[in-house]
Design a protein around this ligand. Structure first.
Ligand SMILES: [Fe+2]
Length: 197
């Protein structure tokens, strides 16, 4: 008898260092924050910019677009030039966090980390909500260990100068910054694949 197991509908998450000038980027972010009022969307506390002008971080946008194109090549084995549609900066101070959300009408969600002191808040990606159909894992028998097939969430500890890319429909939230001395800075991007001319 021939037995087969198939892993269907996987989610690919890409993680890559970009080699940017982090001290310069941090200074630029803090200068921008001092001179521009923010908005409240998913952020509870902290500071989030409105959509940033394209000319504010052109080198970063270029690297994000290149890296997203690498992601698409990995999945589809085709050359696609992904573009950034809009982007914004987040600064989370002590106890600030972001509610669970996704990025509607976005091909790939991207986040780039500029400042991530210890305990400043993991990024938490949610599994398909139907995983709860199997019941809460902690109440199950000893054979029920958490893994790819039953974990409701996956925690990523962000690293400075690192980009994280995943599909726009994936729910995620940011844990509170429990570092009372230092802030956490990230820049998030929405992306799209342009229609071929
Ligand atoms: Fe997000």
């Amino acid at each position: 008898m021939n037995t087969k197991f198939l892993d269907i509908f996987p989610i690919k998450v890409m993680n890559k260092e970009l080699g940017m000038d982090i001290p310069q980027l941090e200074k630029q972010c803090l200068d921008y924050m001092r001179n521009n009022i923010g908005r409240i969307v998913t952020n509870r506390g902290g500071y989030q910019t409105n959509e940033l002008p394209k000319e504010e971080f052109p080198e970063l946008i270029e690297k994000v677009e290149q890296t997203c194109s690498e992601y698409m090549k990995e999945i589809f084995k085709a050359d696609v030039n992904i573009k950034v549609s809009n982007y914004w900066m987040n600064v989370n101070n002590y106890r600030d966090y972001n509610l669970k959300h996704n990025h509607p009408e976005t091909l790939l969600t991207v986040v780039y980390y500029i400042k991530t002191p210890v305990d400043s808040g993991d990024l938490v990606l949610a599994n398909n909500p139907m995983v709860h159909w199997w019941g809460h894992p902690y109440t199950r028998e000893s054979w029920w260990s958490l893994g790819w097939y039953n974990s409701p969430e996956l925690f990523f500890q962000p690293r400075e100068d690192t980009i994280l890319i995943f599909p726009g429909w994936v729910d995620h939230h940011v844990e509170p910054n429990l570092n009372s001395d230092e802030h956490r800075i990230s820049i998030a991007f929405n992306t799209y694949a342009p229609t071929p001319q």
